[in-house]
Ligand binder design. Structure first.
Ligand SMILES: [Zn+2]
Length: 244
């Protein structure tokens, strides 16, 4: 069992504006985000572990409902399906999920940088975009990894709603879990790669249409978090990630 990250003890050090102020001697500023405290019915979708043969179906559904999503891709999968990554960039956003789906807490800093940089490179080659969002595999992140990511211009984002679709609980269970958990400012994690994802594809239209009916608006991670990155740390919520 991989150890849980105790996000409660992760310091949220925000970039201080100008004036050359440093958060702490020798400590680069970073944030680990997982949800926003907005009072508005805003929600962000994210898909991990792709691209895969299931990605086009996911993109088609997003297109049908005109909602954005962020795809946290695995570098070696990008090499297999570069055209899917281009389509993801056009439909929403592409994020960095490491090159080989590594638990980065076990790697030295040089290894962390290599995983992240190699992934940035293959995404650029496939879609000519430079990701600004990073999601650590297994939610395994500590301050050191977040700082390494930050040095490469990557903001670390986890999630706040996890229906554990990868465990194949059935499409209706995936729908029910998401609908029971979404709150204003939620970030939902789903998976478009890493195994059989037919249930996720089946669940997605009901998740989107029901939330739309409930008055939710789907927004990108940029829209969800960029304003908060300018504000003091207490406007951010960090919850414990699940382990997969
Ligand atoms: Zn993953």
């Amino acid at each position: 069992m991989r150890r849980l990250v105790s996000v409660g003890v992760v310091a949220l050090l925000m970039m201080l504006p100008a004036a050359g102020t440093r958060a702490a001697q020798g400590t680069a500023p970073f944030a680990i985000l997982s949800s926003s405290r907005t009072v508005h019915r805003l929600v962000a979708l994210s898909f991990d572990d792709g691209p895969s043969p299931y990605t086009p179906a996911i993109l088609q559904i997003l297109h049908r409902y005109r909602v954005p999503a962020t795809f946290f891709v695995v570098g070696e999968h990008v090499l297999q399906y570069p055209s899917f990554v281009k389509a993801e960039a056009e439909a929403g956003d592409v994020g960095n999920h490491t090159y080989t789906h590594m638990d980065l807490e076990w790697l030295a800093n040089i290894g962390v940088s290599q995983q992240l940089q190699a992934t940035q490179r293959v995404i650029w080659n496939a879609a000519r975009v430079r990701p600004v969002w990073f999601r650590p595999p297994y939610g395994a992140v500590d301050g050191r990894v977040a700082v390494d990511a930050q040095k490469l211009g990557l903001h670390t984002v986890l999630w706040s709603v996890d229906p554990r679709d990868w465990s194949e609980p059935g499409a209706s269970v995936i729908v029910a879990r998401v609908l029971a958990s979404v709150r204003p400012g939620s970030v939902v994690i789903l998976h478009d790669g890493g195994g059989y994802r037919g249930e996720t594809v089946q669940a997605l239209p009901t998740i989107i249409s029901t939330l739309l009916r409930r008055g939710y608006r789907f927004i990108s991670l940029d829209t969800m978090f960029t304003p908060h990155l300018q504000r003091p740390p207490d406007t951010l919520t960090v919850t414990s990630p699940r382990v997969r």
